[in-house]
Design a protein. Structure first.
Length: 70
């Protein structure tokens, strides 16, 4: 068994606790995968606002007549 002097071990532990590793990054390759999230039964509220003129009907009598013939 390796004997480590107490003072050296204390200095080493202090250096580890105070972030002696410096700036670095870790990369973990997990491969292709998917995630599924079940949100359960729910609903949505839809509001349709009026747009355009107050009256959106065709006022051309000839056009109305042709549409009815079709």
């Amino acid at each position: 068994m390796l004997a480590i002097p107490g003072k050296f071990l204390s200095l080493l532990m202090m250096k580890i606790r105070h972030g002696s590793a410096g700036a670095h990054a870790h990369t973990v390759g997990i491969g292709a995968h998917t995630h599924s999230v079940a949100i359960g039964s729910h609903g949505h509220t839809i509001t349709v606002n009026a747009a355009g003129n107050a009256e959106n009907t065709v006022k051309n009598i000839a056009f109305n007549y042709i549409v009815r013939l079709a």
